[in-house]
Design a protein around this ligand. Structure first.
Ligand code: ARG
Length: 462
């Protein structure tokens, strides 16, 4: 059978394989709500500008609502021979209202239609991701507040560096998620121009009102160049880039959860809800959800790469290559949404083993920098010399198998005669974190102030 939409020129239907490679209905059906919303706005404008009659427009809008209801209620049969969501909806509209349906596509092409649908979809997705990121931040701020005073080892190279607070560590991810939100918001701002009315590529000779449809669909205005409108997908690329960065942040936290929940660390315990057992080793408690979040960043970064490669080198304007823009984006954005949900759940429910964290922070000479700083402050040594003295003392303690605060005063004085017993005041982890009050530092009071800052932000934005 020849195609309903362009059968005028085509005698024969497509080859079976052509149908398979050409159809996008399998994945673009998720645009149904955006597609119908766009069509209703277009139709209303066509009537307002006198391009079609009011009666026809009313019939079309009512028919589109009926199609929407059928899809929502699962009564709609998507047909591969109708290729994509646009033609499936229009064809069903024709079944319901007859030849009048054919007036809907006046002054429009599937090229501006698909660009519109995708923009509306991405805009909705950004809004949803923003809510999810806010919830993720909130879960972290809750944990940070509870653990403003909980001491853990801070690492560089995953080697004990200096003691920090667990609250401070949680808040590091709140900052990252805040920037992820702002990157998405930035992408949203730039995408918010309507491509509808660009038609196939050159605009149209009908007296359409693009400002009217743009406003109706919640855009700031219409796009300014018809060629650009139908041929760029940078709004998807930007969103995927922001998503890839967010996923990279999540993968780092996921990795930390995997490490922290390892019995060798024993810093946190995940709930049964986010772990799994082993069918052969009864002692196992595997952090599967964290591992999967860590891995899902792969497909999210992959989605960005896929679309960059699809778009690279395409001549203006539309090419069918651009139908390949959807699956990778859907997959990536779905994966990010699921990862955020899982991570928020894990953070909200995990319990912290404060004594174990504290004990680990006290091992590994984590207050060596505090000792060096004390030598500078109390004895006036240049920092480089203080660093050297401290290094010698760490070497002695290491040989004895003890921590710095277990060295006797005599042992310390043998290295630097000026040292007094005041030094013991800076060798404890509590004093160490409490002293880190510089702006953005790990001190418990700083953590509490940062939590208050974020709560005030959420009051406004979330
Ligand atoms: N299904 C198509 C897509 O996803 C819609 C646009 C088709 N346009 C065309 N000129 N063949 O890109």
């Amino acid at each position: 059978m020849s195609n309903k939409m362009w059968g005028g020129r085509f005698g024969e239907g497509p080859d079976r394989i052509m149908e398979e490679i050409n159809a996008s209905i399998g994945f673009d059906q998720r645009f149904f709500a955006q597609d119908i919303r766009g069509s209703k706005a277009h139709c209303t404008m066509l009537a307002e500008t006198g391009i079609i009659s009011r009666e026809d427009a009313e019939q079309i809008v009512a028919g589109l609502d009926a199609v929407l209801a059928e899809i929502k209620e699962g009564r709609f049969t998507f047909k591969r021979e109708l290729e994509d969501i646009h033609m499936n909806v229009e064809s069903r509209l024709a079944d319901l209202i007859g030849a009048t349906a054919g007036r809907l596509h006046t002054a429009r092409s599937r090229n501006d239609q698909v660009a519109l649908d995708f923009k509306l979809y991405i805009r909705d997705t950004i809004d949803h991701l923003d809510e999810q990121l806010a919830e993720f931040q909130l879960a972290l701020v809750d944990k940070a507040e509870t653990h403003a005073d909980t001491i853990m080892p801070g690492y560089t190279h995953l080697q004990t560096a200096q003691p920090v607070t667990f609250g401070h560590h949680c808040l590091a991810y709140v900052e990252m998620a805040g920037r992820d939100r702002s990157r998405l918001a930035d992408a949203r701002k730039r995408l918010n121009e309507s491509p509808l009315g660009a038609a196939a590529l050159a605009g149209t000779s009908f007296p359409i009102d693009r400002h009217r449809t743009a406003k109706d669909l919640g855009f700031d205005g219409p796009t300014r160049n018809s060629l650009d409108s139908v041929s760029d997908r940078d709004f998807v690329l930007e969103t995927l880039a922001a998503a890839a960065i967010a996923a990279t942040h999540l993968s780092r936290l996921a990795e930390e959860i995997v490490v922290w929940s390892n019995p060798g660390f024993n810093f946190v315990r995940l709930t049964d809800g986010f772990t799994s057992g082993s069918s052969i080793m009864p002692q196992k408690r595997n952090p599967d959800a964290a591992e999967l979040v860590r891995a899902k960043s792969g497909r999210i970064i992959g989605g960005l790469t896929t679309l960059l490669v699809v778009m690279k080198g395409l001549p203006l304007a539309y090419s069918k290559d651009m139908q390949e823009d959807k699956e990778a984006a859907f997959d990536a954005l779905d994966a990010l949404s699921l990862s955020l949900a899982a991570m928020t759940g894990m953070i909200a429910t995990l319990t912290v083993n404060a004594p174990e964290m504290r004990a680990a922070a006290s091992r590994g000479f984590s207050t060596a920098t505090d000792l060096a700083d004390w030598l500078v402050r109390a004895l006036g040594l240049p920092f480089r010399q203080a660093h050297h003295v401290t290094g010698t003392l760490v070497g002695i303690a290491e040989k004895k198998g003890v921590d710095l605060d277990a060295l006797t005063l005599d042992e310390m004085r043998a290295v630097e005669p000026g040292i007094t017993d005041e030094v013991y005041g800076v060798l404890g982890v509590d004093n160490s974190v409490r002293s880190r009050t510089s702006f953005g530092g790990t001190a418990p009071d700083n953590v509490r102030a940062a939590c208050a800052h974020w709560r005030a932000q959420f009051g406004r934005n979330a």
